[in-house]
Write a protein that binds this ligand. Sequence first.
Ligand SMILES: [Zn+2]
Ligand SMILES: [Zn+2]
Length: 241
Amino acid sequence: MIKSIVDFLLDLIYPRNIYCIMCKNPIHTTEKYSLCKNCHKKVNWVNNSCEKCGKIISIHKTTNRCFDCINNDHIFEKNMACVLYDDNTKKLVHNFKFSKKTYLAYHMAEIMGDKLLKSNLEIDYMIPVPIHKNKKRKRGFNQSELLCKYISKRTNIKTDYKTLIKYNETLEQNKLNKMERQKNLKNAFRVVHNENMVNKNILLVDDVFTTGSTIDACCDSLNKLKPKNIYSITFSIGKNT
Ligand SMILES: [Zn+2]
Ligand SMILES: [Zn+2]
């Protein structure tokens, strides 16, 4: 109750939909996702995508899977992504994570929430991809938790913040190749025993999907709790190299 009053007051002090979240130009309050028409056009929205990992595939392809997913499988059931991780969206994600522009989570979650609702997937719990407690202390927040908070508001799906934890500190994934990423994440996540997850559909939530190693490592741990399916949704997604 107190939390929603605080949110309500914050909305009054910092009204949304005044400036475009990408170019910062003033926008009309009715603009979708707080993007001006120009930036909305510039975003590479994910439409035609690999049925497994969610990466963009050519409309001319005869298979529903990208090259990566034909040759090796992921542990997760299916990933969904909203936008291509290109220069524009990279700047947006970096502003959110590293410049502490946490208000961006609201708009990114609007986009993710709509993607999720469109998918018609039945989800029992969302779980944010955790970061190590030292990193959270340093950054001040976990970006995935914030995304979950607002996706929950839009979709009414409950979020579980306690079951999956990042146990070991790991190197930054973006400097590593696929093999190194998998090695880096080995035993990095742990689960706290939670009967509620048995036979349930879980949705992992994260900001960026690159090789899928992080989501797979989370699934590996969560599978110990015997869920029915583990899906994931990420705001942005890289291209296959
Ligand atoms: Zn703009
Ligand atoms: Zn794929």
